[in-house]
Design a protein around this ligand. Structure first.
Ligand code: FAD
Length: 315
């Protein structure tokens, strides 16, 4: 068994949930687990991560690392690989991960396996062809950089005996300088965190019907609204509501697809949901192939009736 290095990611000063998922993933692979926490003033978070699955946590703590920049972070990751002797590096498949992971793989001449969601019998498993097939990838060399889908595994829970070590990083060669972060105005909920999603497609017909029909059911179930791409392309809802290959990949407990045909680009974003209900008036709609419960009917009859029944049940 080799050594696995988890590159933790921080958001607003805290280690992200996705990094605790990497800790669970590292346990699944099996080996000596070590981690890296990068930032400025992050010693406390590093201590806490060491006790919750991070193992020995290297801390690259420097004012120049307060904000992500690819040169500084690459230098920190390479220093941690040298210090830990890691042969497998786990990075979350997030925008930061997309940016830094291939660079590390290229610099180490290591195998690069991206966007995996599982590990079985020595192989990493990733979806290909828009989710139609699963590829099992075995690493041929002795080093690998692997990016893991957020939400693929439950986060590590429990406590471990980890400790922290300060890591000196030379960031003087950074060729990019952080200027500022502009946070986009939040218009909706974070669909990746919702337990219940009521999604509408082109069959909903117009934006007002989302407010009149879809939203009340989402509210009655304490859930969020989602949408297929034509809804977003038509400007009925903002892009953060879009589920699918060019939108969000969601795994709620309950996903209700209303007036959505079930194109592969939509399915790839929601078929990992725990329970799927499809409401569509076309009995041959492909969405029924992934649904546990299919309702062949007009959504304008079924959805308001469901909302009313829930209101009645709540008294
Ligand atoms: C590169 C690429 C990326 C893409 N990314 C995405 C993506 O991220 N997400 C995504 O969703 N799509 C994506 N698409 C588009 C995708 O291919 C489909 O075109 C899209 O998902 C179809 O959306 P829809 O199901 O809402 O519409 P349609 O396919 O038009 O289906 C509408 C459905 O509503 C039903 N319906 C109509 N009226 C009613 C009613 N009154 N009651 C009940 N049912 C009714 C119809 O029977 C039909 O099945 C992408 C396409 C490409 C090429």
């Amino acid at each position: 068994m080799g050594t696995i290095l988890i590159v933790a990611e921080l958001k607003d000063g805290s280690v992200r949930e996705a990094s605790y998922e990497l800790a669970a993933f590292a346990n699944k692979i099996g080996g000596d687990v070590k981690s890296l926490v990068i930032g400025s003033g992050v010693a406390g978070e590093a201590e806490s991560f060491a006790k919750k699955g991070g193992g020995t946590v290297y801390v690259a703590d420097d004012a120049s690392l307060a904000n992500y920049n690819v040169d500084g972070y690459s230098a920190a990751i390479r220093a941690a690989i040298d210090a830990s002797g890691a042969d497998t590096v786990l990075i979350s498949n997030t925008p930061t991960g997309w940016d830094v992971a291939p660079r590390i793989a290229a610099a180490l001449d290591a195998a690069f396996v991206s966007d995996v969601f599982n590990f079985e019998d020595g192989a990493y498993i990733r979806r290909v062809f828009n989710g139609k097939l699963d590829a099992r990838v075995k690493v041929a060399g002795d080093k690998a950089v692997v990016t893991v889908q957020p939400g693929a595994l439950p986060a590590f829970e429990g406590s471990t005996d980890g400790s922290t070590e300060t890591l000196a990083v030379d960031t003087s060669g950074a060729r990019a300088k952080f200027v500022e972060t502009k946070v986009a105005e939040a218009k909706g909920v974070d669909l990746t965190k919702a337990d219940v999603i009521i999604s509408g497609g082109r069959g909903v017909g117009d934006p007002e019907k989302f407010t009149e029909v879809i939203q009340p059911l989402a509210e009655a179930l304490g859930g969020a609204m989602g949408a297929s791409r034509p809804v977003v392309d038509a400007g009925w809802l903002p892009h953060e509501y879009q589920v699918g290959s060019s939108g969000q990949v969601v795994t709620p407990k309950l996903y209700v697809a209303c007036g959505i045909s079930g194109a592969i680009q939509h399915l790839v974003g929601m078929k990992g949901s725990n329970f799927i209900i499809a409401i569509n008036k076309d009995p041959d709609a492909p969405i029924f192939e992934v649904a546990q419960l299919g309702v062949v009917a007009d959504l304008f009859e079924v959805v308001p009736a469901l909302t009313a029944a829930l209101a009645e049940a709540k008294g």
